[in-house]
Design a protein around this ligand. Structure first.
Ligand code: GLA
Ligand code: ZN
Length: 685
């Protein structure tokens, strides 16, 4: 991963013809009579579409029964788009199995968390451990590779679609036991890791182990009596679906060696450990579906995660809606300009494509009111079409300068899926403690100060980061403490928070005092943890400002760290709430409670200054500023998410690329509401 980080430019598509940000998206001609296809081609050309994702849900059409495959219609579609100069991201269609398969082999159907076996229906409905599903999905992927791998315009394989969900069937139960055997080797080891002496759970035979769901260990979806078992099941489910993806990837690789393989992810999606998945993806791609009231910082955070799991390399924006989704309670339209703004936001954070779901709005089933380039009206005279056409032209005009560009971040936030799972299963002090909330609080503080930040995993090298925030690092996997000690020793500034260093990778408490293995690094001992019910607050004053303390309040002792400030009330008034511990050439900070947006802002500002990290541009409310650096220059992106026009004072000379306008340092420019400025820094060349 870090090998990649050093290169300043790495494109996601190896195809030499790709010289700009690709534009287009999911296209489902199989849902339409062929007479309409030529009209689609005309409209694509008009809109500047140059890339389509084909064949996402065609398994039933491609394989009408167990022994028959028919590709003739897909052949015609492939010929059509080739003739029209379109690139293809070719999907394998395996995210929904055919009805005949479910009837003949009920084992392909998933069993729900409740224990109910599903019938045929919907999609994302296959048991990941079904031998039948594995056999036929692999076979289909291989056949597609054989048939279409030689098409020069196929630039990527799109395996499955939005892998997700879970299964609790007998296939999975059997496979879970095998997975556990592989992991623990002996039952003694498993009994130890799961602490089965609690509530008389000792296992004497692998066959005694059952899946943890509502029929066994759980009493609510996220509440389990045995965290160790449930945690392993999460890992196992993620691995099982990863195995499905890898099955198909291997089948494709046997036939085509050079075409990159991906699958579309979903940002911070809890059920799959994307940090692990990314290791098997030739490039990361993801689907961005914010609601209209999703804060831009949260969207940015998802983009940055997707960049982070890929080791900092660019990613593909595989889907977004041009206008409206169909699955929210209130499917509000993207307001004029917002589709363009969010497209550029993706590029600003590392995307090398701007792709949509979907090209033509279908007429039946649950997505018939989902936004599309071509509306039910069937022509180009719509607001959405005009906006997409304008963006298509703009992307063409701006060319490929940003392709392969990196985000040079010097600050990082640590995210770890195992920690996420374990924390939210923890049966810990507060049901309101949610990992992503805490991550987002820190992230937003960086975002609002125009400080680029990378998301790193516990497997990543931390060299080059002056500041590392590890929010609620509840689980410190054996050995990871060493990474943190070395990081701080070498001069890094580490921030971690309440409820950190509590358990090891099996969710077993590290005894000897919290925060366990981080105790010496942080120079503190946390004796007790108080949970404040919603609405209750403690507080503290730091640098003359008052801030709230809420959710959790760790009550701690200094063991070498400096107390920066103390709680103001309750029986622990006067005990430290914020500490800093010089260690080696760096410092380890501990934030013993959850506080306000203002506190995170002030803390990050202070620590970024200590680490010598500068903001990209003086913050202007509602204007997001990002950076990418490629072989062709350094690009700043100014994104006005607000409702008002703003005047910006340029802090570097450069060129506003959309307007081909050179700007001096100190020059003032007007950035309209929802407008975007892509700004190549340096003198005009
Ligand atoms: C997902 C899927 C698409 C489509 C869109 C609709 O992202 O991948 O097939 O269903 O949602 O928003
Ligand atoms: Zn199953």
């Amino acid at each position: 991963m870090n090998e990649g980080k050093k290169k300043d430019r790495e494109r996601i598509f190896s195809h030499p013809g790709v010289k700009k940000i690709l534009y287009g998206g999911d296209y489902n001609p199989e849902q339409w009579p062929e007479e309409i296809w030529e009209e689609d081609m005309r409209l694509f050309k008009l809109a500047g579409v140059d890339c389509v994702t084909l064949n996402v849900f065609s398994w039933a059409a491609l394989q009408p029964d167990e022994d028959t495959y028919c590709f003739e219609r897909l052949d015609r579609i492939m010929e059509l788009v080739r003739k029209n100069g379109l690139y293809v991201i070719l999907a394998t269609s395996t995210a929904a199995h055919p009805a005949w398969m479910a009837k003949k082999y009920p084992e392909v159907l998933r069993t729900e968390f409740s224990g109910i076996r599903r019938k045929f229906g919907s999609r994302h409905n296959s048991c990941p451990n079904s031998p039948v599903y594995r056999k036929y999905s692999r076979r289909l992927a291989g056949k597609l590779a054989e048939r279409y791998g030689g098409y020069e315009n196929v630039i990527a394989w799109h395996v499955g679609n939005e892998y997700g969900g879970e299964c609790y069937c007998e296939n999975c139960e059997r496979a879970f036991r095998e997975w556990l055997r592989e992991k623990y080797k002996t039952l003694e080891e498993l009994n130890r890791a799961w602490n089965t002496s609690f509530w008389g759970h000792t296992f004497y035979d692998w066959e005694e182990i059952v899946v943890p769901n509502m029929q066994s260990e759980h009493f609510e979806e996220n509440r389990t009596t045995f965290q160790g078992i449930s945690l392993d099941y999460r890992r196992f489910c993620s691995d099982s679906m990863l195995r499905n993806y890898r099955d198909e990837k291997e089948a494709i690789r046997q036939v085509t060696k050079d075409i990159p393989v991906t699958t579309n992810l979903m940002g911070f999606y809890k059920l799959l450990d994307y940090q692990k998945w990314a290791g098997y993806m030739d490039f990361v791609s993801w689907d961005n579906y914010p609601a209209n009231d999703t804060p831009p910082a949260r969207i940015a955070m998802n983009h940055d995660l997707m960049r982070g799991i890929g080791g900092g390399r660019p990613f593909a924006l595989m889907e977004q809606t041009p206008s409206v989704t169909n699955w929210l309670s209130y499917n509000a339209l993207k307001r004029p300009g917002v589709m363009r703004l969010l497209s550029w936001q993706a590029v600003a954070h590392g995307a090398d494509t701007v792709l949509f779901f979907q090209m033509r709005r279908s007429i039946g089933a649950c997505e018939k009111y989902h936004g599309a380039l071509i509306d039910h009206a069937g022509h180009e005279n719509t607001r959405v079409f005009r906006e997409m056409q304008a963006l298509g032209e703009e992307l063409k005009r701006l060319g490929g300068g940003t392709l392969g560009g990196r985000t040079p971040a010097k600050a990082a936030i640590l995210v770890d899926w195992d920690n996420w799972w374990a924390l939210e299963y923890s049966a810990g002090p507060s049901c309101d403690l949610k990992y992503l909330d805490e991550v987002e609080r820190y992230y937003t503080a960086f975002y609002e100060q125009n400080i680029p930040v990378d998301f790193v995993s516990v497997g990543d090298d931390l060299t080059g980061y002056g500041l590392l925030v590890a929010p609620v690092l509840y689980m410190v996997k054996t050995g990871y403490e060493q990474v943190l000690y070395s990081y701080v020793e070498a001069g890094g500034i580490l921030v971690t928070t309440f409820f950190s260093g509590i358990v090891n990778e099996h969710d077993l408490v590290v005894t000897g005092g919290y925060p366990g293995r981080l105790r010496k690094l942080l120079g503190i001992w946390v004796e007790e943890i108080d949970a404040l019910p919603a609405g209750e607050q403690n507080g503290f004053v730091w640098n003359g400002k008052h801030y709230p303390a809420e959710l959790l309040c760790d009550i701690l002792h200094l063991e070498g760290a400096a107390g920066e400030t103390v709680y103001e009330s309750d029986f622990y008034a006067g005990s430290p709430v914020l500490t800093s511990n010089p260690y080696g050439r760096g410092t380890a900070w501990y934030v013993a409670t959850r506080s306000s947006r203002e506190f995170y802002h002030d803390l990050v500002k202070r620590l970024a200054r200590d680490a010598g990290i500068e903001e990209l541009h003086t913050p202007v409310p509602e204007v997001e500023v990002c950076e990418r650096e490629s072989g062709e220059g350094r690009f700043l992106f100014f994104l006005n998410h607000g409702q008002e026009d703003v005047e910006l004072t340029m802090e570097e000379a450069g060129v506003w690329l959309q307007r081909e306008k050179s700007c001096e340092k100190g020059e003032k420019v007007l950035l309209r509401a929802k407008d975007v400025m892509v700004y190549r820094t340096g003198e005009d060349r």
